[in-house]
Design a protein around this ligand. Structure first.
Ligand code: CP
Length: 319
C-alpha cells in the first residue's frame, strides 16, 4: 500500500477484515516492522480517537511517533499557491510538507473541509499536497471528503456483530448545532457500497450526499420507514452538500434524533456513531447507554484499522 485515502486503497475487504481480526488477536506480532521507522501525525483539526488510536497502532508496530498540532505552536500554513503572503500565515505548505517528509517515513494528516469552496474541499487541496510533495506514504486521518480509518473500523465492527450474512445497515442524518463536514457519511457510504450489505441512507430533503458517494445505496426520506428491520443504525450529522447550500445547516429538527421509539422499529439493531456525539441532539442517553450501543467497541477498533494500514505501508516500504 502506497497511500491510504479511500476504500480502493485497502483492496479486498474480506481479506482486510480477516487481517484486522488477526491483528486484534495479537497486536504485538509485528513489532519488528516499525523498528527505526517514524510516523509524523499532522493535525489541522482536533482529535481524541484518531490521535490516540493511530499513535497506539504505530507503537504496537514498533514505530517512533511525532505529533504536530498546526493550531498549537506550529507556524500557520498557507495552502494556496500564487498568493502574496503578507497575512498571518508565515509558512507555505509547499515548503513545510517536504520538510516534514524529511523527518519521517510515514505521514498521517487530518485536515477537514473548510466550507469556503466546494471545489477546494472536494479537490482535497491539503491532502493532495502532502501526497504530491512529501515523498512519503500518506495516511488520511480524516480529510475533507473521507474518513477511511473510521470507515474501516466501522466495517470491522459490523462484521464482528452481524447476525446475518447480509445485514440491513442504515446511515441516518441526525441534528447538530454546528455545520459538520460530509467526510464521515461519504466515507461510510463508500465502504458500505463496497460490501454486499443492504445499505440505506435516510436524511431530510436537502441533505443529499454527492452522487459518487451515494452510489447504489437506497435513499429514504422517511426515517421511520428506513429504520424498519434494520440490523445496524449508524447516526451522523452532516451539513448540506448541494449548491447553493453547500456547508449550511438546513435543519436542527430533533424529530430526527435517534431515540428508543425509533430503535424499536428495527430488528433489535445495534447503534453506531463515530464519536464525538452530542447526546440529546444525535441520540438520546437511553439509546447510547443501551446494550445495543456499540460505540465503544467501534472506537476501540480504530486502533485495529490503523494498525492494518500502517502494517501494510511498512511492508511496502521494506519491499
Ligand atoms: N471518530 C473520530 O475520528 O474521532 P476524533 O475526531 O476524536 O479523532
Amino acid at each position: 500500500m502506497k497511500h491510504f485515502t479511500n476504500v480502493k486503497d485497502i483492496g479486498d475487504l474480506s481479506a482486510a477484515v480477516a487481517e484486522a481480526l488477526e491483528v486484534k488477536r495479537d497486536r504485538y506480532a509485528f513489532t519488528h516492522l516499525g523498528r527505526n521507522k517514524t510516523l509524523v501525525m499532522i493535525f489541522f483539526n482536533s482529535s481524541l480517537r484518531t490521535r490516540l488510536s493511530t499513535q497506539k497502532a504505530a507503537q504496537n508496530l514498533g514505530m517512533n511517533v511525532m505529533v504536530l498540532d498546526i493550531a498549537q505552536g506550529a507556524w500557520k500554513l498557507e495552502t494556496e499557491r500564487g498568493v502574496i503572503m503578507d497575512g498571518d500565515r508565515p509558512e507555505h505548505l509547499l515548503e513545510a510538507v517536504p520538510v516534514i517528509g524529511s523527518y519521517c517515513d510515514v505521514i498521517g494528516v487530518r485536515s477537514f473541509a473548510q466550507f469556503e469552496s466546494k471545489a477546494d474541499d472536494y479537490g482535497e487541496r491539503v491532502l493532495t499536497q502532502f501526497i504530491e510533495h512529501s515523498g512519503r506514504p500518506v495516511v488520511s486521518m480524516e480529510a475533507a471528503t473521507r474518513h477511511p480509518l473510521q470507515s474501516f473500523a466501522d466495517l470491522i465492527t459490523i462484521e464482528e456483530h452481524k447476525r446475518t450474512a447480509r445485514p440491513k445497515v442504515v446511515l441516518t442524518w441526525a441534528p447538530h448545532p454546528r455545520a459538520l463536514p460530509q467526510a464521515v457519511p461519504n466515507s461510510f457510504a463508500e465502504w458500505m457500497n463496497a460490501t454486499d450489505y443492504d445499505f440505506v441512507i435516510t436524511h431530510p430533503e436537502g441533505y443529499e450526499l454527492a452522487p459518487e458517494f451515494v452510489g447504489s445505496a437506497r435513499v429514504e426520506y422517511d426515517q421511520r420507514r428506513a429504520f424498519e428491520g434494520a440490523d445496524f443504525i449508524y447516526a451522523k450529522n452532516w451539513a448540506a452538500y448541494s449548491d447553493p447550500n453547500y456547508g449550511r445547516i438546513l435543519s436542527t429538527d430533533r424529530a430526527w434524533t435517534v431515540d428508543a421509539e425509533k430503535m424499536a422499529l428495527t430488528n433489535d439493531a445495534f447503534f453506531m456513531h463515530c464519536l464525538p456525539v452530542r447526546r440529546g441532539m444525535i441520540v438520546t442517553d437511553e439509546v447510547i447507554e443501551s446494550p445495543r450501543s456499540i460505540v465503544i467497541p467501534e472506537a476501540a477498533n480504530r486502533e485495529i484499522s490503523a494498525q492494518v494500514v500502517l502494517k501494510r505501508i511498512l511492508l511496502s516500504i521494506k519491499n
